[in-house]
Design a protein around this ligand. Sequence first.
Ligand SMILES: O=C(CO)COP(=O)(O)O
Length: 271
Amino acid sequence: MTTSANGNFVRKPFIAGNWKMNMDHVQGITLLQKLAWTLSDAKHDYKRVEVAVFPPFTDLRGVQTLVQGDELEVVYGGQDLSQFDSGAYTGDISGQFLSKLGCAYVLVGHSERRTIHNESDDVLNAKVKAGFRHGVTPVLCVGEGLEIRQAGTHVDHTLAQLRAGVEGLTAEQAAELVVAYEPVWAIGTGEVAGPDDAQEMCAAIRAELSELFDESVAARTRLLYGGSVKANNAAAIMAETDVDGLLVGGASLDPAEFANIVRFESHLVTD
Ligand SMILES: O=C(CO)COP(=O)(O)O
């Protein structure tokens, strides 16, 4: 994160919990309630640090009802969307449906979608555009596997995913987009890319956005790190200049742990 002289953040930090295929709609409500209570007790300032959750599709209506009913400041999004708007696409979810459910964001190209569902760069570019078409901000996920990291071509690999994902976007869209760097070898493995690794890639992504669009766009796009983030490593990763937020998997299923990650600035962080 980068702070200006008055202590404000240049880009608003974004802490997001990706629940993946965990939490049915009843469990999801309980988890979100506990998270909101914990953050409320801690007097969390949502204007300073944005908090998002990405529940399974079947939880979204319940999440919307809770957020509206209790006037929660947590925002939420879908874990995927279709590149199409409607039609004969069994099992797919339109960006329009997400928009109607009050989703502010949608994950696009999570490594588990790229590998398990073989989603190609072209499809992911179409999904990014579908998000924008429906007023749902895409969180484009990029990152390399272990073999690529070991071969030392991780920056080239990740920037190629980025270029494909943002192809054809306007400058305004590129500035609104969120990009999450998630090295596959660090996801769910307990293996955390060091703060230096996160910074190296986020700086490279920002430089590439500056090339593709311009410097003022790159200065606004928020870049996240994801992969085995916990309360005890969040602050160190967030201290890096080009890291503007965290995309948290496993640790977001524990409301106390996730709240401590959200409050990375505070004494609650057990570094
Ligand atoms: O994939 C991730 C978030 O999208 C990271 O998952 P873990 O935090 O469980 O490693």
